[in-house]
Design a protein around this ligand. Structure first.
Ligand SMILES: [Zn+2]
Length: 285
């Protein structure tokens, strides 16, 4: 089996439980003996998957979120020797990565734009400069068109009147400014074509009474795709870090609900919903 020939480690090679669990997710089931530890029931990892495990555990695992961005605190490559001081229980695991991948782990000095040190971002916070930055965003980010055939979802937890379509509109004015991209007088409807993203974003539990609306545009929509990383030479002046953790789009339009998609846990609504006063959609996923 190719995976047996290529594999150089397995989930049983690691001392740390988190690494074991991640390795089980990334690795392949194979009864062959591990080349490193000899175990036959660990999930096998080839060099690429072992690299992915190191990235997921150390790089993403050390991600430090700031108000306007974030960056990993630890990184690794094949040019440096390890200069971090791992916890005692991680020492042997770090040594295993070093030996099998020929890498070293070090403290990452993130680029300032990752932490929010972005000139357009600072300018956005000054009312006088804001219009020109918004104009740049609209001009420089690509647009995506969404056809009426595309549907997306909006979840509500415990809506007062579940069958009323307005329950699935953007939140009432009293909640303006409480979401990521809405503000006073500028409500936003948050939705996603991926139902799982809605469930995740709404932080619901199995005990919650949930309803989902299936929505679709009434006409072709042009959305601004802020998920794109703009290629620019001057990163300090660039727009690319402005909203880089988000995948979102805006559009001025009205929408309506489509036919329901009933499921065991989630109930759907149908009919039409006019959103003439709501002018912003934020779509994740
Ligand atoms: Zn092993």
């Amino acid at each position: 089996m190719p995976v047996a020939i290529e594999s150089i480690a397995c989930s049983k090679c690691f001392m740390d439980r988190g690494l074991q669990l991640d390795a089980e997710q990334l690795g392949d089931e194979n009864a062959a003996a591990c080349q490193n530890c000899g175990s036959s029931d660990g999930y096998k990892l080839n060099k690429e998957k072992l690299g992915s495990l190191a990235y997921r555990f150390f790089v993403w695992g050390s991600f430090w979120q700031t108000d306007y961005g974030g960056a990993p605190l630890i990184h690794f490559n094949e040019y440096q020797t390890t200069s971090i001081e791992p916890s005692p229980w991680l020492k042997s695991d770090v040594e295993l990565f070093e030996k099998l991948l020929g890498i070293g782990f070090f403290h990452y000095g993130p680029r300032l734009w990752m932490m929010g040190e972005v000139e357009p971002l600072k300018a956005l916070q000054k009312l006088a400069l804001r219009p020109s930055i918004v104009e740049r965003i609209v001009r420089e980010y690509p647009t995506r068109e969404i056809e009426p055939t595309l549907s997306f979802y909006r979840i509500r937890k415990d809506p007062k009147f579940p069958s009323e379509h307005h329950e699935y509109d953007s939140p009432p004015a009293a909640f303006d400014g409480t979401g990521r991209l809405d503000s006073n007088g500028s409500p936003a409807l948050y939705a996603s074509p991926d139902l799982q993203v809605c469930v995740h974003e709404c932080r619901v539990t199995a005990e919650d009474e949930l309803y989902v609306a299936t929505l679709a545009p009434t006409r072709k929509l042009r959305l601004l795709d802020l998920s794109v990383i703009l290629q620019e030479n001057n990163s300090i002046l660039s727009l690319r870090a402005l909203i880089w953790p988000f995948i979102c789009y805006f559009w001025p339009a009205s929408i309506h609900t489509t036919s329901p998609e009933p499921s065991r846990l989630l109930r759907a609504t149908l009919g039409s919903m006019a959103l003439s006063t709501r002018r912003t959609l934020v779509s994740f996923g």
